[in-house]
Design a protein around this ligand. Sequence first.
Ligand SMILES: Nc1ncnc2c1ncn2[C@@H]1O[C@H](COP(=O)(O)OP(=O)(O)OP(=O)(O)O)[C@@H](O)[C@H]1O
Ligand SMILES: [Mg+2]
Length: 309
Amino acid sequence: MSGHREQMSSDSFDGNSSLLQGRRFYCRKWALEKLRHCLDTRSVPGQPPGLLVMGGPGAGKTALCTEVVWPTSKAGLAAGLATRCLASHFCQREDQRSMVLWKFVLGLVEQLRASPLLSPGYRKVFDSPSVSSALEPVNCQKDPDDTFKRAVLRPLLDLPPPAQTLMLVVDSLDVGYGPDTGSGNSSSIAELLATNQHLLPGWLLLVCSVRRHNKAVCKIFSGFRKLCLDDLRKPPPVHDVQQYILCRLDEDAALRRQLTPDTADMLNLLHIKSGGCFLFLERVLDGVAVALEFGISAVQGEDSSQHVQ
Ligand SMILES: Nc1ncnc2c1ncn2[C@@H]1O[C@H](COP(=O)(O)OP(=O)(O)OP(=O)(O)O)[C@@H](O)[C@H]1O
Ligand SMILES: [Mg+2]
């Protein structure tokens, strides 16, 4: 099960490389369109400050966030979301550093500082002694909430709104989330963002993802709009699962050659069994493809050994 995790290299923590290197992204056109709609309507008064991408383990939340930030598919490129992404962060279960709050805050500031989407006015805040001292790692470690307010929230609120609404993408908020310690300081990235959600400028949409069963995190973002990737009561996620299987068949001639009425029935069962988990589909189809390849080379091996005899 760790294969795709390894592919999601820890280098991605620096915020400028894709997590799904080498894997193709399929389907999810509806989800990208919904996200785009939320972004376009963000500044309408009364709109929630964020969108919560939800789904069970392996539903494809990280894949979707990755496609938003580094699009590769036709639908991803057409959605045009990457150019409106001010900053992104991917929390990863296997990389403790990605969950450290003060590192998250400093990483965010670095991305904002380098972003061509913000007016140069933002960079001026770093001349202020109170901001530069809040950015000292030792101070940020002590009080990440304060650094976040001084170097992110306040300066962004002071800027003139950009021509288009922008977004901040944070994947896997359930990773590293612990209950409120009662200290008055945030103990996780999720808590920091939830506490400050009402202070975000009206031109900025916070796009976060979380495992659906993590009720505690879902609750602190209950005011956000929801985008559930594996709710199989809804037609779009069902269509995605069917489409994913078809895309894999389309891509892989060996898989396609095995299509008989029996295997078509099995694929139908696979779609039902998956419960909307793309990881499950990916692993089963990868396994079938490898087994077929193995079978073919075994048969070829047999043939050639017969020739030798
Ligand atoms: N739209 C997609 N197209 C192709 N592959 C996908 C897609 N969505 C997910 N996958 C594949 O399914 C696997 C699981 O996806 P992903 O890691 O995004 O799930 P997740 O919801 O983030 O899971 P977790 O809750 O464990 O973080 C990955 O290996 C990914 O390559
Ligand atoms: Mg994930």
